[in-house]
Design a protein around this ligand. Structure first.
Ligand code: HEC
Length: 106
């Protein structure tokens, strides 16, 4: 009897852990992109600058949505002025930044 109880507890624990993991999977979002754009620690940045330091509220990036190499350009600005590490093109952070930059389209 005791064993059955333990077994039930164990199953409950595993299921709740798995559900927790499933909920924690993050999707790219415009809101996250905006936060990262203003973050002083994006991609391990060390220079005390954010993207917004040079592009306040996205200034100057209104045509960037047309850039076919947007991720490469974003990484150039991360590795250069921010002193951070380039992001994986398919990462949630990069895709969120791209969503934000595309939202500046004019
Ligand atoms: C020290 C200043 C500086 C910082 C900080 C900076 N950039 Fe830039 N960025 C520039 C300059 C200068 C250019 C080139 C401007 C041009 O192409 O006319 C540029 C160009 C770009 C472009 C290309 C624009 C286009 O029309 O294609 C994108 C996109 C961009 N930056 C995104 C970012 C992002 C995202 C960040 C944060 C990770 C960032 N930048 C941080 C200075 C900066």
């Amino acid at each position: 009897m005791k064993n059955v109880l333990f077994c039930q507890l164990f199953v409950m624990l595993i299921t709740s852990t798995l559900t927790g993991v499933a909920c924690a999977v993050e999707k790219p979002s415009l809101e996250k992109g905006k936060l990262l754009f203003n973050s002083l620690s994006l991609a391990g940045a060390v220079t005390g600058k954010s993207c917004a330091s040079c592009h306040p509220n996205g200034a100057g990036l209104q045509k960037a949505w047309m850039n076919p190499n947007l991720a490469v350009q974003v990484n150039t600005c991360i590795a250069g002025p921010l002193g951070g590490s380039k992001l994986d093109v398919n990462s949630v952070d990069m895709q969120s930044l791209i969503l934000y930059i595309r939202s500046l389209k004019q």
